[in-house]
Each structure stands twice: as structure tokens, then as C-alpha cells.
Design a protein around this ligand. Structure first.
Ligand code: CO8
Length: 257
């Protein structure tokens, strides 16, 4: 696919995906979401993904309001379904995904960030679900994911009021893992944590991601069953044999999968 609104850069086995629509503050158009869907559905190779927005006031200023303004309910539903599909693809990617947020992450932008494994931000980052100001509601998973990150009461307050959070408050609430002074520091830290993760068994990291996704919303008993199944599966991997043998031989492991 010809990516017109995404910039891709791969190095050190990490794919950086930059949403690039500067005139619209990197808002998610149907075109952008279709490109993201294609990219994520055909993703193979890199050991990690960084999602960001091109440099400017916004990370992603939400779904494209200009496009939505003219949509019928059926078109709105298709648009919402496309955005939800993209967030699910992000969540289910078999490698770690970090959102690097610099500037506004509003509406669909906040929802994209929440579909990533975790979020790093600069001091300039601003989060929020301002859909009610437009007569809309969060449609790319905001109602489903925000309360899992910040708790039900806070999510209700934020979604009903549409108010914005600065980076410090988002950090305090657990929406953001860490706040950095600028983009360079944020990307350097993201690459560092990804390098740490890359030293571990890729099969085990993938299994953890899949278990964490599967147990979301389950009760303890059901969740433990899912975990146990994946735990058993780990015993079938070469990485498990190598990791435990390397520990006992007091040497560094060499993981292959
Ligand atoms: N969509 C389309 N265009 C946008 C968007 C957007 N979300 N945000 C900004 N733009 C455009 C503006 O229209 C403007 O265009 P133009 O130059 O042609 O007038 C240009 O970007 C620059 O915008 P500003 O002058 O407002 O830029 P500022 O730097 O002053 O402000 C803000 C940046 C704070 C990001 C401001 O633009 C803003 O508030 N944007 C809207 C934020 C918002 O409300 N986002 C939520 C959108 S709704 C949503 O995401 C729903 C998701 C679920 C959808 C489910 C579908 C069914």
C-alpha cells in the first residue's frame, strides 16, 4: 500500500510509525486509519513498534472532525469500526508497542495511545476525551479502555467533562508511564527500554502480552486458567530450556525465537 499519511522508519529492528498530517494536527482520517490497518495487519519482522505523531502541536488531535461532520450513522459506524479494528491490531501485535506522545492526544489520539502497551510522553503532552463537546462519544475504545487505566470514577469524570489532562496529571493517574523534557529524551528512553526487552526471550514476551490481553476483564479464576495454559506452553519452547540452562551455567542466554 502507498502510505500517504504515515512515515515509517525502521532501525535497530524497531519500526517507528509516525502519523503525518501536519495541516490537520495529525488527525485520523479514514485514509490514515486504512493505512494503519494495512500496516498492522501485514506487520512482520521488527521486534518492536513506536507510535508517534509528526512534530508539532499534536501527537494525534483525534478522529478527523471534518470527515465525521458529513457522515451518516452508517458511515459513522463503519468509521468507528475501522478505528476499533486498528486499536485491536495494535493491542494484539505480537511485539511491544510504545506510544510516544508529544502534544495533544485528544479523542481518537488518546484512544490510540491507550491501545499501545504503554505510553511515554513529553511535558508538552495533553490528553483527553473531548468527544462530548462535539456531540459525540469516544468511539475507538475510549469508553472501554480509559477506566482500565485510570479507574472507573476518574474515567467517568474525564469522559463526561471532556476536560484535558496535562502530562503530570496523566502520569499521576497512570495513563503515562514516564514524562520527559523533550522528544529526543522520550525516544531515547523508549529505545532503551525496548533494547532491555529485546534481551529477553521474544517468545516469552509475546506470551506475556497475549496473556495480559486475554485476562483483561476476566475474573481471577478464569484469568489464572489462561495464565496456566500459557505457562505450560512456555515449557515447550527452546527459549525456556536455554534461559534456565544459562542461569544454572552462570552464562548469558542466547534466545532464538
Ligand atoms: N480533525 C480534523 N481537523 C482537525 C482536528 C481534527 N480532530 N484537529 C485540528 N484540526 C485542524 C483544524 O481544523 C485546523 O484546520 P484549518 O487550518 O484548516 O482551520 C488545523 O487542524 C489546526 O487546528 P487549530 O488551529 O485548532 O490548531 P491549534 O494548535 O490551535 O489547536 C488542538 C490544536 C487543541 C488539537 C485543536 O485543533 C483541537 O481542539 N482539535 C480537536 C480536538 C478534538 O476535539 N479531538 C476529538 C475529535 S473526536 C474523536 O476523536 C472521536 C474518536 C472516536 C470516533 C468514533 C467515530 C464514530
Amino acid at each position: 500500500m502507498d502510505y500517504q499519511t504515515l512515515l515509517l522508519d525502521e532501525h535497530d529492528d524497531v519500526l517507528t510509525v509516525t502519523v503525518h498530517r501536519p495541516p490537520a494536527r495529525n488527525a485520523l482520517s479514514q485514509r490514515t486509519l486504512t493505512e494503519l490497518r494495512h500496516l498492522l495487519a501485514t506487520f512482520a519482522g521488527p521486534r518492536a513498534l513506536l507510535l508517534t505523531g509528526s512534530e508539532g502541536p499534536a501527537f494525534i488531535a483525534g478522529a478527523d472532525i471534518r470527515e465525521m461532520a458529513a457522515m451518516t450513522p452508517e458511515e459513522g459506524e463503519r468509521f468507528g469500526a475501522l478505528g476499533q479494528e486498528v486499536t485491536r491490531l495494535l493491542e494484539q501485535l505480537p511485539v511491544p508497542v510504545i506510544a510516544c506522545v508529544d502534544g495533544y492526544a485528544l479523542g481518537g489520539g488518546c484512544e490510540m495511545a491507550m491501545a499501545c502497551d504503554f505510553v511515554y510522553a513529553t511535558r508538552k503532552a495533553v490528553f483527553g476525551q473531548p468527544e462530548v463537546l462535539l456531540g459525540l462519544i469516544p468511539g475507538f475504545g475510549g469508553c472501554v479502555r480509559l477506566f482500565r487505566r485510570v479507574g472507573v470514577a476518574k474515567a467517568r469524570e474525564l469522559i463526561y467533562s471532556g476536560r484535558r489532562l496535562d502530562a503530570a496529571e496523566a502520569h499521576r493517574l497512570g495513563l503515562v508511564n514516564e514524562v520527559f523534557d523533550n522528544r529526543e529524551e522520550m525516544f531515547a528512553a523508549a529505545r532503551l527500554v525496548l533494547a532491555d526487552i529485546a534481551a529477553n526471550s521474544p517468545a516469552a514476551v509475546k506470551a506475556c502480552k497475549s496473556v495480559l490481553d486475554a485476562v483483561d476483564g476476566l475474573g481471577v479464576e478464569e484469568g489464572l486458567k489462561v495464565e496456566l495454559e500459557a505457562f505450560r506452553e512456555a515449557f515447550t519452547t527452546a527459549d525456556m530450556r536455554e534461559g534456565t540452562a544459562a542461569f544454572l551455567a552462570k552464562r548469558a542466554p542466547t534466545f532464538r525465537t
